[in-house]
Design a protein around this ligand. Structure first.
Ligand SMILES: Cc1cc2nc3c(=O)[nH]c(=O)nc-3n(C[C@H](O)[C@H](O)[C@H](O)COP(=O)(O)OP(=O)(O)OC[C@H]3O[C@@H](n4cnc5c(N)ncnc54)[C@H](O)[C@@H]3O)c2cc1C
Length: 302
């Protein structure tokens, strides 16, 4: 029995590279100054979906909501083995908070229809870990967070959850949404043959941009028909990335973008963690006893 999986993936600024220029004066991240990467735990989510397909058959579709440049993570996912890629992009998505993001993603998941949705536990830029749970709620799917391992048994799934200081095994019905942690697996690299093929995959918006650059003097009709021909040729080779806007999703616009986002940012503060004093304890019984004594004494433990 095969399972159709959707993996929600997000393109994020590489927050490990944050330097002075990467922060704006208002304390927000200057995304343009940072390289854009595949959100790390979304690679673990993708690997889980690919493993499920390897074991049981079915399909893996990667889905992102973002700017046209987010196609980079979709191409990366195709090169690692995903079967289909969908970009949801629309100016009316701008300024979406997690509530609006999860609503928009839920419209796309409904249109695709899946047995399982895999999300990363958390994105390294927004860091809220809210999108997965909010998406499950909107879809009415069973939510299992912190997935580390899983095994399908017909229409149920047995999941091992990493709960920090141990693990918990739960059984859930499908359809289900999982948020996947880093310890779940080691993401596979791109396969050479797929990389050679899918690096040429494009979304219609990217095709339009290339046509405009290559035919700067052509009139609009010529550009439109050239772009349509190129899209048709890409589709024949399985290289056209599906692109949807909010109209394609029949989304309720009051739930999208600014109007659908009740979150108001009150204050943004940059916190610089400075190293404090440190104390060394010898690796002996007496040293360990002293360490425990001091940790209890200052109420760090106990
Ligand atoms: C008031 C406000 C305004 C904002 N305006 C903007 C804006 O204009 N532009 C902007 O880019 N961001 C904006 N954001 C940030 C945006 O809300 C979050 O980036 C987004 O909702 C995801 O939240 P997160 O990063 O905390 O993801 P998490 O909840 O930490 O992500 C968990 C998982 O959900 C999935 N996921 C999350 N986001 C996406 C996505 N876009 N596509 C597919 N899967 C996804 C991934 O699997 C990810 O691992 C705004 C946030 C706030 C609070």
């Amino acid at each position: 029995m095969g399972y159709n999986s959707i993996v929600c993936v997000k393109q994020v600024p590489d927050t490990k590279q944050i330097t002075g220029q990467a922060m704006k004066s208002d304390g927000t991240v200057n995304r343009a100054a940072l390289p854009a990467i595949f959100n790390p735990e979304d690679l673990n989510a993708l690997e889980s979906a690919l493993e499920a397909r390897d074991r049981h058959g079915g399909t893996v579709t990667v889905l992102t909501m973002g700017l046209p440049s987010a196609c980079d993570v979709l191409r990366d996912a195709l090169c690692r083995g995903a079967d289909h890629a969908v970009l949801v992009t629309d100016r009316r998505c701008a300024a979406s908070d997690t509530l609006a993001t999860s609503y928009i993603l839920s419209c796309a998941v409904r249109k695709l229809n899946a047995d399982v949705v895999f999300c990363g536990r958390q994105a390294i830029d927004g860091d809220t870990a809210q999108v997965g749970p909010q998406l499950a709620e909107k879809l009415g799917y069973t939510l299992v967070t912190y997935l580390e391992d899983f095994e399908f048994e017909g229409r149920t799934v047995r999941v091992r959850r990493n709960i920090g200081n141990g693990y918990e095994v739960v059984r859930s019905q499908l359809p289900a949404l999982f948020t996947v942690v880093e310890s779940a697996n080691k993401p596979r690299p791109q396969a050479l043959r797929k990389a050679l093929k899918f690096k040429k995959a494009l979304s219609p918006l990217e095709v339009n941009k290339i046509v405009t650059e290559q035919l700067p003097d052509a009139d609009d009709n010529t550009k439109r028909s050239e772009a349509a021909n190129r899209c048709q040729a890409l589709a024949k080779q399985g290289l056209l990335i599906t692109q949807w806007d909010l109209d394609d999703l029949e989304a309720d616009l009051t739930w999208c973008g600014v109007t659908g986002s009740p979150t108001k940012v009150n204050r943004i503060q940059s916190i610089v963690l400075a190293g404090g004093d440190y104390k060394e304890f010898p690796p002996t019984d007496a040293g360990i006893n002293q360490l425990i004594y001091e940790l209890v004494e200052d109420h760090t433990i106990g």
